[in-house]
Design a protein around this ligand. Sequence first.
Ligand code: PLP
Length: 486
Amino acid sequence: MPASNFNDRFQHHLSRESRARGNGPFQMLDRLKCNGDIDLISFSGGIPLPSKFPIRKLSVSFPELGCFQEDEHNKYPKEVDVSFDMRNDANTNGLDFEGALQYGQCQGIPELVKFIKKHVELAHSPPYKEWDIKLTNGNTIGLEYCVRLLVDYGESILIEKYTYPAAITAMAPLGVKFISIDMDENGMIPQSLEEVLKKWDYSKGPMPRILYTIPTGQNPTGSTLSIDRKKKIMALARKYDIIIIEDEPYYFLQMDACNATTSEAQIELQDAAENSAILSSFVNRLVPSFLNLDTEGRVLRIDSFSKLIAPGSRLGWITGNPLFIDRITRAAEVSTESPSGISQIVLFGILNHWKQEGFFLWLRELQHTYTNRRNALLQSADKYLPKSICSYRAPKAGLFLWIELDKSRYLFDDQNKPVSEIELDIFQALLQKGVKPVCGQLFMPYPEKNDRIFFRFAYSVAPIDKFEVGMKRFASTLKEFFRLNE
Ligand code: PLP
């Protein structure tokens, strides 16, 4: 489809701000070309002299492919060093080192862009060919780009009933009205979305045209949307002309079944490394993304290396149709520009060495690590938490266990006490006992309307041998609070 068709189809979705955004001033001059034979001496850009970049060499050490490990000690059987040397053209590992440290790479350094595009193709096979990417400094700014691209002041935005607090805080200053869609343990319920759209009350303003969702390992509920639900939601998006923003930092942390053993996982990893079957076996196990279902370019997918490599890399990318990616790039040209060249060089060093298969193998190792952690937390929860008041489901992806407390079992001294205050009282008591989850009310755009009590427990970073004592402390606090004899 020519780029102009995306303009025709999606131009009306651009925010006023994005429509008003012109090209960067230098692009007008860059379009004018000189005679190809001429030896052009450029006095144009105010770019600094590369020989005065004091960074001469960058090296990165990381685990060698196939030498990953299951346990959590910071030792790997074999590590590899990759370096990029400004002083030696032969030692730059196929990277334009100077270019990576220079201005002018807003999309991202070409070598990394190429790697990530191939990765997107392998992982999602987007069904239209003009899709493009823009490297970002992670999903927080990725979402901010999407919001500035699409949202006008005072609009209504569709979100999951419980959602990522930074998304709420990013959109709230735009006067956004959040329209919460009901969820269950399998994520957003398509019928609830349909109800909202079908019965839209125009006195509330125009029909929403943006759906923000965290389909996999949802933050905070840990739920994962099935392919069946995604297809239904995609069909509704087409019918009601909705743009889907899929925020997917946990997409690749889709886990094994609760009863899968570590030794099975180790054998599988070994096999996959030896016979290069990892590509197909890895991708086939993932729930397909919205991007994979998007034939028209109505999905903006935001991905992050934060949970896959390190949050401090501040690297991620957005995938979408060429109109949206161009407008996002224009916004970046006057704000973040490209992500840090140094960060991109380091990441390229790792990925270029691992190659696509090795990256998937690494992601597989992460899946095993978080599967073990999820299982350990679930075991402790099952063992210690009072069943009469606690309910939770095993997450299939991500880093979070979402626990609801049965409010009806709470013997109120003050019947009129708001639920959010009770939740905070419990939180306070938990802190005194030495255990710290996150209160459910943080994940709601309008907590004052909420009447349920939740806590989110992350199993990603606490020492795994402390999970049991953490759950014991949680349980004993609840027993006191709810005056239980269990
Ligand atoms: N989006 C969601 C749903 C998240 O849970 C998080 C991190 O916790 C982020 C975005 C932030 O990602 P990044 O570190 O890439 O900015």
